[in-house]
Design a protein around this ligand. Structure first.
Ligand code: R5P
Length: 292
């Protein structure tokens, strides 16, 4: 028997995934003590194969309880323990950009590898490291992609759209979306000067009169989307929409993106958000069955 173990704040996604798998679903019960520590309670007996669902948006709050839950799950019978983390944080810090910076991707990956036999995620920000297997050394790492499903959604909503990646890193996702949907695509160049300071230079491809859809993996502060949308509008795009796998939209991101003239934002349900338009549940369920 297999079991899906989830946290209360991901109830909706957990229910959909458990249903798609035909597996029982159990919850990690949390009690937060006044001093900030957390008491966790798991089902007293876990099956040999237990899969923990935990998206790592707001990672610092979630990591300690996740690692405690994993250690507890092993003690309670989970011989094979897998993590489904639809959004895997810390993937962008994949090198020391300035001397002394900690390469968090490497260390988070090793930490997860020390607790889980496999880690399944969706569109992790892999750029300088090619595969999830490298992120979780010695374990099974699976990177699924919502880009083809987002591409198909875009093709239905905006036939003939021109898909734009706002930066070189997003080239992989725009290409996958364009290929699945038979749409044109091009890649912009981005310069980031700070959390909120971003410049995007559009590619040579003419955008005047085109319905442009910006495709990226993550919308965090939204400033990448804002800069790309403003550039496309300045060059006469007929409309600008956005398709992202992970709609984090922190702080004023949503308002900024909308005020940059973006018409629709479509995201996947890897991160729950009002913009969710395509589901990663079928991908996750298939991957878990194949890991079987
Ligand atoms: C970085 O290269 C990513 O692909 C995203 O473009 C970036 O993380 C988006 O961040 P923000 O929304 O803060 O501009």
């Amino acid at each position: 028997m297999s079991l899906l173990l989830a946290f209360d704040d991901e109830e909706a996604l957990a229910l959909r995934l458990a249903q798609a798998l035909g597996w029982p679903l159990a919850r990690v019960e949390l009690h937060r003590f006044p001093d900030g520590e957390t008491r966790l309670r798991l089902p007293p007996r876990l099956p040999a194969r237990t899969v923990v669902l935990r998206g790592l948006q707001q990672p610092n709050d979630k990591l300690a309880p996740l690692l405690l839950a994993a250690a507890g799950a092993r003690e309670l019978g989970a011989e094979r323990l897998e993590l489904v983390s639809p959004y895997l944080a810390y993937m962008r810090q994949d090198m020391a950009f300035t001397p002394g910076e900690v390469v968090s991707q490497r260390h988070l990956g090793r930490l997860l590898a020390s607790h889980f036999d496999a880690v399944v995620t969706v569109d992790p920000h892999l750029h300088r490291v090619a595969t999830m297997d490298e992120v979780v050394p010695g374990r099974r790492g699976l990177a699924l992609s919502a880009a083809p499903a987002l591409g198909l959604h875009v093709a239905r909503e905006v036939p003939g759209a021109l898909l734009l990646a706002p930066d070189e890193e997003a080239g992989q996702w725009v290409q996958a979306a364009a290929q699945a949907a038979g749409l044109d695509h091009a890649v912009c160049r981005k310069q980031r000067y700070g959390d909120l300071e971003v410049e995007v230079a559009l590619p040579d491809r003419p955008v005047a009169g085109r319905a442009v859809v910006i495709v990226d993996d993550v919308a965090s502060t939204g400033r990448t989307l804002v800069a790309a949308a403003q550039g496309a509008r300045a060059q006469g795009a007929a409309s600008v929409d956005v398709a992202v796998t992970h709609g984090l939209f922190v702080g004023d991101a949503w308002a900024q993106v909308k005020s940059a003239g973006v018409r629709h934002v479509w995201s996947s349900d890897a991160v729950p958000h009002a913009s969710n338009a395509v589901s990663v549940v079928p991908l996750l369920a298939l991957a878990l069955r194949q890991l079987g």
